[in-house]
Design a protein around this ligand. Structure first.
Ligand SMILES: Nc1ncnc2c1ncn2[C@@H]1O[C@H](COP(=O)(O)OP(=O)(O)OP(=O)(O)O)[C@@H](O)[C@H]1O
Ligand SMILES: [Mg+2]
Length: 269
């Protein structure tokens, strides 16, 4: 049974339909990929699902129609997300960033002196850091971490709120191949541990390797869905990524590094 689904989701910015009549399902304990070229509507889909942009159609989470819920209500219900751009508070330590996300710190004014974390909270958050191989980073400021580690703290932060479903917007962006693969393995093991994930990423090697099922958007429209093997063989997907539809170069048109597009054609590498 789907723990998260959309029914005919639509988002318009003025006359532009950024997402059009999009229905998707994320099963319990499933890792579902959402891919597509730049501007395809991927982030807008997650914004609509998590309540950050008004949408038509419906969003069902854990058996409840949450279409009328605010973003805060959706987060409290267990629908988590990570952001495409950096989301960390640079003047809070890694542990404090996690506590803010778990709403155990008064975020207004960063009242550090009033922080009285309970020990079980601390050990739970340390376990989250451990699970992402961020052991020892709790007291560090995000600015002292590598880009890859910062991305991981973004994931840890989302996990600190104990989501049932986590929507991740390009968690591997900016990571090198090795870091990206390591992150992929960690996401996969979170899912194997029971978390359900909707994952956006441009790294085709990554998504085709770790996802159970994928949806492909182009210009706000669903152009394909299926297993990694089905997506890899889909002509419309290959055209969407490699086609020169915008009168730009291939790289500009699809916004993907060459290595990623070749992964799409050649498989997992
Ligand atoms: N707030 C906004 N106002 C107007 N147009 C927007 C807004 N947000 C997104 N768009 C447009 O909606 C379309 C979908 O954007 P979106 O950010 O969802 O794409 P994306 O698939 O996440 O792309 P990327 O891979 O570059 O992150 C784009 O054409 C974008 O310019
Ligand atoms: Mg995006």
């Amino acid at each position: 049974m789907a723990v998260l689904s959309t029914q005919g989701l639509g988002v318009a910015f003025g006359a532009k339909k950024a997402v059009n009549d999009f229905s998707l399902e994320v099963g319990e304990g499933q890792l579902v990929g959402l891919i597509g070229p730049n501007g395809a509507g991927k982030t807008t889909t997650i914004d609509a699902i998590t309540g950050f942009v008004p949408a038509t159609g419906a969003v069902t989470f854990d058996g409840t129609d949450i279409s009328s819920f605010s973003s805060t209500q959706r987060a409290r219900a267990g629908l988590g997300r990570t952001w495409q751009s950096s989301e960390l508070f640079d003047d809070l330590t890694v542990m404090e960033n996690l506590q803010v996300a778990a709403e155990r710190i008064d975020v207004k004014g960063f009242l550090r002196d009033l922080v009285r974390p309970r020990n079980d909270d601390l050990s739970e958050m340390e376990a989250i850091l451990d699970s992402l191989e961020l052991t020892g980073a709790a007291g560090v400021l995000p600015t002292d971490l590598s880009h890859g580690q910062r991305k991981l703290v973004g994931v840890a932060r989302a996990l600190a709120a104990r989501p049932k479903v986590l929507c991740m917007d390009e968690p591997a962006a900016g990571l090198d191949t090795e870091e990206s693969q390591a992150l992929g393995r960690r996401i996969r093991s979170l899912v194997d541990g029971g978390l359900s994930v909707l994952l956006i990423d441009h790294d085709m090697g990554l998504v085709l390797t770790i996802c159970d099922y994928l949806y492909v958007l182009d210009f706000g429209q669903l152009i394909a869905e299926g297993t990694p093997a089905q997506i890899r063989a889909d002509k419309r997907v290959i055209t969407a990524y490699l086609g020169d539809r915008h009168g730009e170069s291939e790289a500009e048109a699809n916004g993907m590094p060459e290595a990623s597009t070749s992964n799409l054609q050649e498989g997992e590498g």
